[in-house]
Structure formats: C-alpha cells, structure tokens
Design a protein around this ligand. Structure first.
Ligand SMILES: [Zn+2]
Length: 216
C-alpha cells in the first residue's frame, strides 16, 4: 500500500517539473520563496523585478499566473497569498529562525521541510487541533534536537481526491500532542478519521523528501 505522504510528496515535486518553467520563471519562483523565508511575506511585483532584473511587470505577472495554474502558489486578487511551504496568512504552524523572525507554514510537513529547503536550524511552534496546546519541535542539522511533548505525532487526513492545493490539502496535515488527543479528535470529527499517523521521525523524512531540492 502506498503511504499517503508518498503520494502527496510525489505530486508536489512533479508540479514544478510539469510546469515547464523558463529560466526566468524559475528565478521568479525562487525569489518568491527566498523573500517569504526572510520576511514571512511574499515580495511585491516591483520587488521581484528588482531582485531578478526581470524585463517588465508583464513578465513577472505572467510568471505568477503560470505558477498559480501549476498550483505552486496561490493568489487573491492578483496578490500572492501562499507559496509552498509558506503562507502569508496566519496558520497553526509557525516557524522561528535563529535571528528571531518567524514565518507561517501551510502544514506540518511544510514546517519540517523548511529546515531542509533553507538549510537553517528552526524551531516549530504548532498547535494541537484537539487541545489547542502548543507543540514545540526544534530541528538542528537535519535532526530532531528536541520535542515537547515527547509524544508528538503527525496526522494526515485521507481525502477522496487529494488535489493537494493550499486550500484543500494542507489544513489536513497536523501535529497532535499524541495518540490520545488524536483519538479524541477523531471521535469528534468522524468524517476525517481515516487518515494516516506518522512518527515525528517519519514526518521529518517526508519534509526532507519533498523540500530538500526545492531551492536548488
Ligand atoms: Zn493535544
């Protein structure tokens, strides 16, 4: 049986390949990710032009449209609202960097993946959907340096059709304090109780698999 996260990871990685981006379009994609990582927010079209020395506003807008069609980012009235693994809007998963600044991740796996995509030590602060208590995970040099609570797990909801867009799939990948809180949550959410549970170590490997090459 194929693991749910293998299917999701494959679809995320193939999205970039299948988009057939030109060199400039790929530069624009990376520029958006780097600014998101540094500031927690996407760059404006003007900022992108300056950073990648794009020939015109049209070229940048067209690239953004293409990236949206390929489901690599989302927009709202022309403004970028998310680009895997980042969200401009507040989410359940916040990622802190060594210099103190923070960004929001679209889902639990995206938060873990940032560690590999950016090659920086991070602290993830997430919230258990059942008890709303804070979960803290520290990642250093490719490994889990600490976790609180110790019993933290990742739960991925099974969707009938996982389009895996920022709107449909990502809210379904969360950290829970442990098995007990997941079971309680499933009892209260019977429509969503056929997902898969992963240990934090497994979830970390999924993050590496999906995001390690994202900015290369
Ligand atoms: Zn909990």
């Amino acid at each position: 049986m194929t693991r749910l996260m293998d299917t999701i990871g494959k679809s995320v990685r193939e999205r970039c390949k299948n988009a057939n981006l030109t060199l400039m379009e790929d530069e624009i994609r990376k520029c958006i990710l780097r600014v998101f990582a540094k500031t927690g927010n996407p760059p404006t079209v003007k900022e992108i032009i300056e950073i990648v020395t794009a020939p015109s506003e049209d070229v940048v807008n067209q690239a953004i449209r293409k990236l949206r069609m390929a489901d690599i980012l989302t927009t709202q009235v022309g403004v970028i609202t998310s680009a895997y693994p980042f969200s401009a809007a507040k989410t359940r998963h916040r990622v802190f960097f060594a210099d103190g600044h923070s960004v929001h991740a679209l889902c639990a796996t995206d938060a873990l993946g940032m560690h590999f995509m950016l090659g920086e030590d991070i602290t993830i602060k997430s919230v258990c959907p059942e008890c709303e208590h804070e979960i803290t995970i520290v990642l250093k040099e490719g490994r889990i340096a600490s976790r609180d609570p110790e019993s933290v797990i990742e739960y991925v909801k099974a969707r009938e059709s996982c389009g895996c867009t920022a709107d449909t799939c990502c809210p379904n990948i969360n950290f829970f304090c442990g098995r007990g809180h997941l079971e309680q949550w499933k009892a209260g959410n019977p429509a969503d109780n056929s997902g898969e549970v992963y240990s934090l170590e497994e979830a970390l490997e999924d993050g590496r698999m999906i995001f390690a090459e994202f900015l290369k």
